[in-house]
Design a protein around this ligand. Sequence first.
Ligand code: XIL
Length: 347
Amino acid sequence: MEESLVPSLKNTFSYDFFIGAAINGGAINGSDTLALDLIRREFNSITPENIMKWEHIHPFPDKFNFEMPDKYVRLGQKNNMHIVGHTLVWHSQLAEWVAQVNDSASMAGLLTEHITKIVGRYKGKIDSWDVVNEALNEDGSLRESIFKEVLGDHYLELAFRTAAKADPEAQLVYNDYNLTHPEKREGAIRLVKNLQENGVKIDAIGMQGHWNLERPTLEEIETSILAYHKAGVKVLITELDITVLPNPWELEGAEVSQNFEGNKFMNPYPESLPDSVQNQLAERYADIFSLFAKHRDKIDRVTFWGINDGASWLNGWPIKGRTNYPLLFDRNYRPKKAYESIMKLKK
Ligand code: XIL
């Protein structure tokens, strides 16, 4: 069968948006052949789950690790994919040495070097960059990161300007979680406006999309899509997964540092997912995707945070050692009911 006719996520939504997946070492170096098969068949965009984060790509002042990122980019090119870079500026998974820099001139210099080197190396190859990740607090104010502390609020401007200079064609993204919450949404819009008013290029808002079976509501998601569109940027769903497990933060008085590991109420489906929850997940995915399809003119890409349930980060976060079922493919790399429910939307 001709490639474009094979039933797959990417072909089903080819007129709507890119369908992406975050991928890891095993897929990049070819050892995880089942994952690689799925990536090639189902997806037309990839994001590196960890290998381009600061601590991996730039672990010491004079050391850049480009071997895996180069392979990652080649994989995307070979398969004609929309290639994403994740992420240039983030307080988490940051190399330790960066925290020791405490004067603003040195920090500006090293941020500029970091971005220029990496974006420049993949100029014309990486199509979309998560330039700054998670810079906002829940109330919409700027988070006290090392970058803000040493450089002040304008570190965002510096980051986006530098990225635009290193590759004027790349799509530049501000990426964060909980961007459907009203206060944080307002904060993100202020952030966008502020860059725009200073003549700095920003092309899209990445809504991570670490969601659950009930929240955010479809209405909250839609309001947010419309609000970002109105601010003049594209909307991307960059890290979609839907947890089916209880959330420790919702327990009254729950303190996450408390040890929930091994607590069976927190890990209710260690063997398999009951049909009732499987169906709920399928319905939730179908609802979300019909909303995305409705706003295809505003949404450029929908990326899942992983390929199959077995490899999802949600088995280890926010509580280690659980069995979660957040993606479209099961632990045997087979499509779940949620996959069918999305594919059916277009029949
Ligand atoms: C996660 C990865 O999936 C894990 O493997 C890693 O241990 C921690 O980071 N928001 C982001 C992603 O922007 O980079 C995070 O990825 C998930 C939350």
